[in-house]
Design a binder for this molecule. Structure first.
Ligand code: ATP
Length: 250
């Protein structure tokens, strides 16, 4: 098997009600695959099935033997009255060396935050700590379920750039769910659009122009993809504003 993780003819159901059917796809080493789809289309359920937290009603999920997965949840509730530094959080449930913690935080774009209290972090910093925690295990595959919920658009764009940097530096594959359509599609190699089944899939450009995708999300994304991916044949000056194309698209 070439794929790190593969779904074959998957159907998922809750209490006998099928929410996803006939889902087959695989994720290859180093690939960034994004799952998009309207609310209730089965994105989180599919992620849960892929990590083994939801047993399929039909079909199966196959992992490459020895596959290491790093999982970044949507969010995590931390008791505001509990003193818990970033370093202590990253030592749960397994104690890590401080060198490993420093390294993972820097890979997640957060150097120098180890002593900060978890409850004092901004939303973007908090998500990066969750990313650092997922990276501690040196994963072959990172799985993220709407990791930028609650972040504003520039914050989301920065987070996805960090994901691209992690993929580039570590070579791990990435499977993620997102609502930030144009940002995340631009950062992906392949997009799956779900609506009870895979209604279209392919490169971001192919999906953005597919009639099934347009029926769900309209035609706005393709233009913003082009804007986001504008060629850097010109200079933005010393204070290059990497989020400008995205803001221009809003
Ligand atoms: N634990 C559960 N018990 C019963 N039904 C569930 C459960 N979890 C999800 N569902 C149902 O399964 C369907 C798919 O839900 P899921 O959360 O996978 O969709 P989603 O695409 O991730 O949605 P969103 O974008 O709103 O997060 C929905 O109809 C939802 O109500």
């Amino acid at each position: 098997m070439n794929a790190l993780l593969e779904a074959r003819d998957l159907a998922l159901a809750y209490h006998g009600r099928t929410v996803l059917h006939d889902v087959s796809f695989g994720i290859s080493p180093g690939e960034i695959v994004t799952i998009v789809g309207p609310n209730g289309s089965g994105k989180s359920s599919l992620i849960r099935a892929m990590i083994g937290a939801l047993v399929p009603a039909q079909g199966h999920v196959t992992r490459r033997p020895g596959l290491k997965i790093g999982y970044v949840p949507q969010s995590l509730a931390i008791d505001a009255t509990l003193p818990l530094s970033v370093a202590r959080f990253l030592n749960l449930p397994r104690r890590m060396t401080s060198a490993k913690i420093t390294h993972a935080l820097s890979e997640a774009g957060l150097p120098d935050l180890a002593r900060q209290q978890m409850t004092d972090l901004s939303g973007g910093q908090f998500q990066r700590v969750l990313l650092a925690r997922a990276l501690l295990n040196e994963p072959d595959l990172l799985i993220l379920d709407e990791p930028t919920q609650g972040l504003d658009q520039p914050g989301s764009a920065q987070f996805y750039r960090q994901i691209e940097a992690v993929r580039r530096d570590k070579g791990c594959a990435v499977l993620m769910v997102s609502h930030d359509l144009h940002v995340v599609m631009a950062a992906s190699d392949r997009v799956l659009c779900l609506n009870g089944h895979i209604c279209c899939e392919g490169t971001p450009e192919i999906v953005a122009s597919a009639p099934e995708y347009r029926a769900l999300f309209g035609t706005g994304t393709q233009g913003t993809l082009a804007l986001y991916r504008h060629e850097h044949t010109h200079s933005h000056g010393p204070e290059c504003d990497h989020d400008a194309p995205q803001r221009a698209a809003e």
